[in-house]
Design a protein around this ligand. Structure first.
Ligand code: ZN
Length: 273
C-alpha cells in the first residue's frame, strides 16, 4: 500500500503536469469510487483549473480555482498517472481528466482507494500530525493516550498520519523497539529514538522514490527503489543486517509484522509511577 513516501512521490511527479491546467473533459467511469456516494464529479470538475496539489498523510489533495478541494486515496492498488490521450486505457480505470495534451487517469483494481469530495471542508479534520515535522514531545503526547502495541498505534492515522506497515516496521527496527511494546510504556529515550528513526527512514525512502513491492508507480510510471533497502519488512527468515539472526514475522492486528527478536527485545514494562 502506498504510504507517505510513495504518495509524496506521486504528488511531486503530478505537480508539473497538473498545476495551472484546466480540466477540459471529465470521464467518470465508475460511480462507487466517489464519496459522498452519487456525487456529480463531472459537473464539479469540468472547466475548473487546478490551483495546487499537496500531500496530507496518504491523501493526494487537489485544490481548484473555485476554492473547492478533493482528495484521492490510492488504497492498496490505486494509481494516479499522467498519460497521452492515445494510449489505451487499462481495465479498472475509473476516472479520466483531460488536461490538454495529457490525461490524468485514476485506476484502482481492488478499489480500496477512492475519490473524496471535500468542497470547502478541511482535508484533515480526522488525522493526526505529520511524522516528518513531529517533535518528540508531541509524539509522547500522541502515544501516552493509548495502551495498544506501538505497532498498532503507529498505524492508526488519527495518532500519526502517513505511516503504514512498511515504514512502521522499518522505523521500529531502526529504533530497536519491539512492535508489541505498549505505546504508553515507551521510555523517553525510546520515544526520542523512534522520532528520529521515523524521520530518517521516511527521508531515505523519499530519496529513493518510495518502495515498489507490487503495484506502486509514480505519476509518470516510475517505480520506487527503497524496497531493496528494507531491513525487516517482507524479509522473514533473512539474516538481520545488524546481528545476522533470522528476521521474525508475526501477525498483529491482522497485519504482518517483521522484526528482529535480538535487536528489538521486548523489555519488561516499567511500572507507572
Ligand atoms: Zn538483529
Amino acid at each position: 500500500m502506498p504510504e507517505l513516501p510513495e504518495v509524496q512521490t506521486v504528488v511531486n511527479t503530478l505537480m508539473p503536469h497538473l498545476v495551472g491546467r484546466t480540466i477540459k473533459r471529465v470521464v467518470h467511469l465508475r460511480g462507487d469510487i466517489v464519496e459522498p456516494a452519487g456525487f456529480d464529479l463531472v459537473t464539479h470538475l469540468h472547466g475548473r483549473r487546478v490551483e495546487s496539489i499537496h500531500r496530507r498523510a496518504k491523501r493526494i489533495v487537489i485544490s481548484l480555482d473555485d476554492l473547492n478541494q478533493l482528495y484521492i486515496h490510492l488504497g492498496m492498488t490505486g494509481r494516479l498517472t499522467i498519460e497521452p490521450p492515445d494510449r489505451a486505457r487499462e481495465i479498472h480505470t475509473h476516472l479520466v481528466l483531460d488536461i490538454g495534451e495529457r490525461e490524468l487517469r485514476f485506476r484502482d483494481p481492488r478499489r480500496f482507494g477512492g475519490i473524496f469530495w471535500l468542497g470547502r471542508e478541511a482535508c484533515d479534520a480526522d488525522l493526526g500530525p505529520e511524522p516528518l515535522t513531529l517533535r518528540a514531545r508531541q509524539l509522547t503526547e500522541c502515544l501516552s493516550a493509548t495502551t495498544r502495541a506501538i505497532k498498532n498505534a503507529l498505524l492508526d492515522q488519527t495518532v500519526i498520519a502517513g505511516l503504514g506497515n512498511i515504514y512502521v516496521d522499518e522505523s521500529l527496527f531502526a529504533a530497536r523497539i519491539h512492535p508489541l511494546t505498549p505505546a504508553d510504556k515507551l521510555t523517553s529515550d525510546q520515544i526520542a529514538r523512534l522520532n528520529q528513526s521515523i524521520k530518517s527512514v521516511l527521508r531515505r525512502a523519499l530519496k529513493h522514490r518510495g518502495s515498489t513491492l507490487r503495484d506502486y508507480v509514480d505519476a509518470e510510471g516510475g517505480k520506487g527503489a527503497f524496497q531493496r533497502l528494507h531491513k525487516v519488512y517482507d524479509r522473514e527468515g533473512d539474516p538481520c543486517s545488524a546481528c545476522r539472526r533470522p528476521i521474525t514475522r508475526i501477525v498483529l492486528g491482522g497485519r504482518s509484522t517483521c522484526f528482529c527478536v535480538k535487536c528489538q527485545p521486548l523489555k519488561r514494562a516499567r511500572r507507572r509511577s
